[in-house]
Design a protein around this ligand. Structure first.
Ligand SMILES: C[S@@+](CC[C@H](N)C(=O)[O-])C[C@H]1O[C@@H](n2cnc3c(N)ncnc32)[C@H](O)[C@@H]1O
Length: 397
C-alpha cells in the first residue's frame, strides 16, 4: 500500500492496519475494512452541523470566513444523528477493549453526539472545555460570543483499563492535577495551513490541543486514529510524539495537504523529557516554557538566540518547544546543542528580540507570565508580546 494511493479498496481485507497513512474515503466505509479491536485511541472532530442559514458579515460589512463547507451540511437533525450513529459504531468496532475516544464539538452538535455515545456503550471519563483565547466575536451582538468547544473523553466501556498518564498530564498545569478547562488559542499564524493566501481548511485545530490529548491518553508506539482527518493535525502531532497514526478523510485536497504537512514533521528529540515536560526552572516559581506560547507572549515561528549570539538560534514551535535544524526539544535540550552537551538552564540562555530594541533574556518573559492572572482573557492582558496582533483577532473555529 503506497502513501499516495490509499483508498478503502486498497485496504487488505481487514487484517492489516494501514499505519501512518491517510486514507481517502468515507470513514463509515473505511471502518468496515479495518481490523476489529486494533486501535488504542480515536480523536474525532466530526462535522458540526452549524446550520448556517445566511452569510455572516462584520459591522464594516466585510464577509466572515465562516464554516459553510458542503461537508458540514445535513438535511435534518435526524440525518445528522443517523450519520453520527454510523461512524461511532465504526469507532467501537476498531477500538481495542481498553481503548478510549475523544470527540470534539460545539453546542450545535456535542449534545446529540454525547447521547449517542452513551447509547452505544461508551463510558464517559471527562468532558473538557477548550476555552478559546481569541474566539470569533458575535458580530451582530444578538447573543454571547461563543468562546469554547467541548471535548468528550470516553472509554470503550465501563470495564476498560484505559490509559491516563497522570504525571505527564500534570506537566500542562505546573505540576498539579490537570483540570478539565484548557485555555488555548485558535490555530493562527504560521501553524495555519494556507494556499494562495486562503486557509486550506476552515476548522484546522491547534496542535497544542492535540498534544494534550495524545500525551494524556496514549503512549509512544500506540495507534491513534482520526476519522475526520481534515488538514492532518492529529497525524502531525502523533508523529512528533512518536505514536502511529491513521487518518480518514473524504476530501482528496485535504488529504494532499495533510500528507505534505506530516512529511515535514520531525519526531521529538527525547520523547520522555518532552512528554514529562521537564522544562521547569529549578529555582523560583515553575512555569512550562509552552505557557509563553499558550498565552501568546511568544509565537510559533519566533526566533530565540543563544546567549545573544545571532549566529546561534532556534525557532519556537506551536507546542512550546524549540526547533534547531533537525532537532526539536525543550529550551534546555536545545540549549545543550550549543553547550557541547553540558546541561544548562534554558531560561537563562535564550534571548528574544525585545520590542524596545535589542535582545532580552526569556526569563523576563517567564516572570511576566507568572504575574498574569492565570485565566484572564488575553485581551485583558498587557500587550507585552512581540507585536503579535493577530492573536487578538477573532477567527472562526
Ligand atoms: C471539523 S473537520 C476536521 C478538522 C481537523 N481536525 C483538522 O484539524 O484539520 C471535519 C472533516 O471531516 C471530513 N468529513 C466529513 N464527513 C466525512 C466522512 N463521512 N468521512 C470522512 N471524512 C469526512 C470533512 O471533509 C472535514 O475535513
Amino acid at each position: 500500500m503506497t502513501d499516495q494511493h490509499t483508498h478503502p479498496s486498497d485496504l487488505s481485507n481487514g487484517t492489516e492496519l494501514p499505519l501512518d497513512e491517510a486514507i481517502i474515503g468515507n470513514c463509515v466505509d473505511v471502518f468496515a475494512e479495518l481490523p476489529a479491536e486494533s486501535v488504542d485511541l480515536i480523536f474525532a472532530d466530526p462535522p458540526y452541523n452549524l446550520q448556517l442559514r445566511q452569510e455572516l458579515r462584520r459591522p464594516n460589512n466585510t464577509l466572515v470566513d465562516a464554516v459553510t463547507d458542503a461537508w458540514d451540511q445535513f438535511a435534518s437533525f435526524a440525518d445528522y444523528d443517523d450519520f453520527t450513529r454510523e461512524w461511532l459504531a465504526g469507532c467501537r468496532r476498531v477500538l481495542k477493549k481498553d481503548g478510549s475516544i475523544w470527540v470534539i464539538g460545539s453546542y450545535h452538535n456535542i449534545y446529540r453526539v454525547g447521547a449517542i455515545m452513551q447509547d452505544l456503550g461508551f463510558w464517559f471519563l471527562n468532558d473538557v472545555i477548550w476555552v478559546k483565547t481569541n474566539p470569533m466575536p458575535n458580530f451582530r451582538g444578538v447573543r454571547m460570543t461563543n468562546a469554547h468547544e467541548t471535548l468528550i473523553w470516553a472509554a470503550k466501556s465501563e470495564r476498560s483499563r484505559y490509559t491516563y498518564n497522570n504525571q505527564a498530564a500534570k506537566s500542562f498545569n505546573e505540576g498539579k492535577q490537570l483540570r478539565s478547562d484548557w485555555t488555548l488559542p485558535l490555530c493562527t499564524g504560521s501553524e495555519r495551513l494556507r494556499a494562495g493566501g486562503r486557509k486550506v481548511h476552515s476548522t484546522q485545530k491547534p496542535e497544542a490541543l492535540l498534544e494534550r490529548v495524545l500525551v494524556v491518553s496514549s503512549r509512544p508506539g500506540d495507534v491513534v486514529l482520526d476519522p475526520f482527518f481534515g488538514s492532518g493535525t492529529t497525524g502531525a502531532v502523533a508523529k512528533r510524539l512518536r505514536r502511529h497514526w491513521i487518518g480518514i478523510e473524504e476530501s482528496e485536497e485535504y488529504v494532499a495537504a495533510a500528507r505534505s504537512r506530516i512529511a515535514a514533521v520531525v519526531p521529538s528529540l527525547t520523547l520522555d523529557e518532552v512528554v514529562l515536560g521537564n522544562d521547569a526552572k529549578k529555582s523560583g516559581p515553575r512555569l512550562p516554557f509552552r505557557r509563553l506560547v499558550e498565552y501568546g507572549i511568544l509565537k510559533s515561528g519566533d526566533t530565540l538566540y543563544f546567549l545573544r549570539d545571532r549566529s546561534r538560534s532556534a525557532t519556537v514551535t506551536s507546542s512550546g518547544l524549540l526547533q534547531c535544524g533537525e532537532n526539536e526539544g525543550s529550551i534546555h535540550q536545545i540549549a545543550r546543542l550549543y553547550t557541547g552537551g553540558s546541561p544548562c538552564n534554558g531560561w537563562d540562555h535564550w534571548y528574544y528580540e525585545s520590542p524596545e530594541g535589542g535582545l532580552a533574556v526569556i526569563d523576563d518573559l517567564r516572570r511576566m507570565a507568572l504575574a498574569m492572572p492565570v485565566h484572564a482573557p488575553l485581551c485583558e492582558m498587557p500587550k507585552i508580546a512581540i507585536g503579535h496582533t493577530d492573536l487578538f483577532r477573532g477567527e472562526p473555529i
